[in-house]
Structures are given as C-alpha cells and as structure tokens.
Design a protein around this ligand. Structure first.
Ligand code: CXF
Ligand code: ZN
Length: 378
C-alpha cells in the first residue's frame, strides 16, 4: 500500500516556456488535510495548458506540471476528508467549490469566496507544492490540478465524484473546456428552444457551445470563424450557418449577422478572447433581450469599451462565464446524466488519443489546430 508514503512516478515536466515537456521521475507527497492523492487514468489537453506553457513573461512558474482536464481514481485521502475514499472515480476541476460559502451555497454563483479562483502555482490552502524531483527540486502546480503526471494531489474543493460508468476518455472532458462551452449555453445564457445563437470562434469551446445550444433546441446556430473548414466540423455539432469573418472586407461582421437574422441573435458567444470580438458579439445581439456571453480569455489587464448610449437604450445583457457558469459539484452531475441519457454528445470532441510518453504530440496537434481534444492515456 502506498497511502501515507511518497510515490515515485512519471510526470511530464514543463521546464522552459514553449519547449517540449520532459518525462521525468518525480516524487508525489502524500495528501495533507483536506486533500486527496489521485492516480490519473487519462488527461486531455485544454487551450489554457498551451497558453501557460508558452507564456514567457510569467517568471518563477517553471519547472511546472501542467494539465487540468483529467479522470482519475482516489489513491489515498488526507485528514478531514469525509466525502471521498480510496478507489472513488473522480474528475478534478480547476474552479474551487467549497460547498459552504455564500457563493457555493447560492444557486446564482459559481465563484467560491472561501477559495478565490486564481492561477496559482501552489496547492489551494497552504501555498506549497506536493511535487519534487528526485534531486529535491520543487515543481510548481497548475490550476490546482497538475494532471500531466501519473499521480497528483488535489484539494477536495477541486474534486468531483463521477459515475464510474462514464468511460475515462469521456469523463475527462467534464473537467474544463467541454463543460465550459455546454454550460455557457445551458446555464449562463439559458438558451431556449427556437433561439438564434451566434458563436464567435469554432474551436472546442465554441463547438461545445453549439452542442449546448443544439440540446437546448436552438433553431439557428451561426458559427463565425476565419477558417471555412470549421463549417464542416461545426455542422456535426449543430452549426446551421457559417460566416467567414475574413470574407466581407471592411463591413463589420455584426452588420452581416444583423442582416442575416433581422436584428441580431438572441444569444451571442465570444469564444476567442479578443475585446474587438466581444464588441462585435454585443453589436449583433438583439436589442431588448439579447445576451452576450464572454467565454474567451483575453490578456490580463485587457479592457472592454462600449458606447454608454448603446448600453443605456438597447437593453442588452453582457455576461462573463467562467467554467460556463457551472457549479462544479452540483451542475457537473447534471451534465453527466445528460451524457449517460445520450442527450449530450461527447464522442466527436475526442479527435486524437496518444499514450503518455507521446504527450508532446498532443501539444503539436493542438498548436497546429488539428485536434479538438487529444486524450493522453497514462
Ligand atoms: C481558464 C479560465 C480563465 C483563466 C485561465 C484558466 N480555465 C481553464 O482553462
Ligand atoms: Zn481548461
């Protein structure tokens, strides 16, 4: 038995920004109070892994174990852990859910106030690491998960139990990107049957929004992207119309959409992370009841500007959607149920699968825009 002892295992370590990960032997300390140690079964790559891997101006966060979409099994639990036990099937989630604070006990928020979400290189509560190399070097955590390792330690606020009937290479998708997109349609926007939905950016998040809009009964799902190949892919996720934003010269895309929809979409989603596109989404969102949902991650410090008169008299809503507005512990099981009921379709998100020693291939496929989700099997 390994409980209570350090575990020697393999991890894919990001040593320098943008350089291939290195598979190394690392030591994973036992879980402390309110923590669990997980055996990772499989992990998938999310765009944020690539963003933080490439980030040069973030000193002090290398060497680091990236990865935050995963499926695992509890290997051992620390003190004061009551809801999880050895052998439980789980999905780690970057967004903490303490289940006790004013936000976590409210249906209206997924923004825990006990553990404020931040992109920290440490464990959630005590600000230390559970990872060292065999030479004693400290390795940084990532988004409270660090799943590019055979074992990891995660706070109980960042773990969600999952029905073991869900196959591992589908379970891991609930961890981040797919849940975010589907949640944005179901929870942040609350898309109704018959709605017109506009999605800026048909990457995995945008396609997950389309899937959420499709299962909500949207009648028109308009995808906007600079790459026309995305239309063929998009159709498989329910996209009904496509607009190539490079094909209209100086004409604003919002005007193209407003003409196509006779006054704008009911729900417009920005899934790229560009201020200019948030403005475009807002501008082609129907007056009176339109909602613009911001999902894309812009640079820290980036600002959004709107004409005060437009905001005042057009009556539109602009809403930010972290993790699709989903509450990890109560809303993810609802998505899992929709998947098990064959309502929510996940298969088409997994375009590639590789073994752990080939994890850098997953990065290449993502960077080349060839994959939606690449599952990495440990
Ligand atoms: C993101 C959400 C916004 C900040 C960085 C991490 N989450 C997951 O990919
Ligand atoms: Zn993510």
């Amino acid at each position: 038995r390994t409980a209570g002892k350090p575990i020697h295992c393999k991890a894919a370590v990001a040593r320098k920004p943008g350089e291939p990960l290195v598979i190394e032997e690392v030591i994973v300390a036992p879980p402390k109070v309110h923590e669990v140690r997980l055996k990772i079964i499989c992990t998938s790559l999310c765009h944020s892994d690539v963003t933080f891997w490439k980030l040069k101006d973030f000193p002090g966060c290398f060497p680091r174990i990236l990865g935050h979409e995963a499926f695992g099994v509890v290997e051992s639990v620390g003190e004061d852990v009551h809801d999880l036990k050895e052998g439980d099937s789980v999905v780690p989630i970057f967004l903490p859910d303490c289940a006790q604070c004013i936000d976590c006990t409210s249906k209206k928020s997924n923004n825990c106030s006990k553990f404020e979400f931040k992109v920290s290189p440490w464990m959630l509560r005590d600000g230390t690491s559970r990872f060292t190399t065999v030479d004693g070097e400290t390795l940084y955590h990532f988004l409270s998960v660090s799943s590019f390792a055979e074992y990891t330690v995660v706070d109980i606020a960042n773990v969600m139990k999952i029905d073991p009937c869900v196959p591992p290479n589908r379970a891991c998708l609930f961890s981040c990107g797919v849940s975010t997109g589907v949640g944005a349609a179901l929870k942040s926007a609350k898309v109704e049957p018959g709605s017109t939905v506009v999605i800026f950016g048909l990457g995995a998040i945008g396609l997950a929004v389309a899937e959420g809009a499709r299962i909500s009964g949207a009648s028109r799902i308009i995808g906007v992207d600079i790459n026309s190949d995305k239309f063929e892919i998009g159709k498989q996720f329910g996209v009904t119309d496509f607009v190539n934003s490079n094909s209209y010269g100086d004409k604003p895309i919002s005007q193209v959409i407003n003409e196509m929809t006779n006054g704008g979409g009911d729900y417009c989603f920005e899934c790229v992370g560009m201020g200019k596109l948030v403005q475009e989404a807002y501008a082609c969102c129907r007056k009176g009841w339109g909602k613009t949902i911001v999902l894309g991650v812009d640079k820290p410090g980036a600002e959004l500007t709107f004409k005060s008169f437009d905001v005042l008299h057009l009556g539109k809503t602009l809403i930010g959607s972290l993790f699709g507005g989903l509450k990890p512990k109560s809303d993810i099981p609802l998505l899992v149920k929709r998947y098990l009921d064959k309502e929510l379709q996940l298969d088409k998100f997994v375009t590639h699968e590789v073994s752990f020693q080939d994890i850098n291939k997953a990065f290449d496929l993502h960077v080349e825009g060839k994959s939606l989700r690449c599952v990495v099997w440990m």
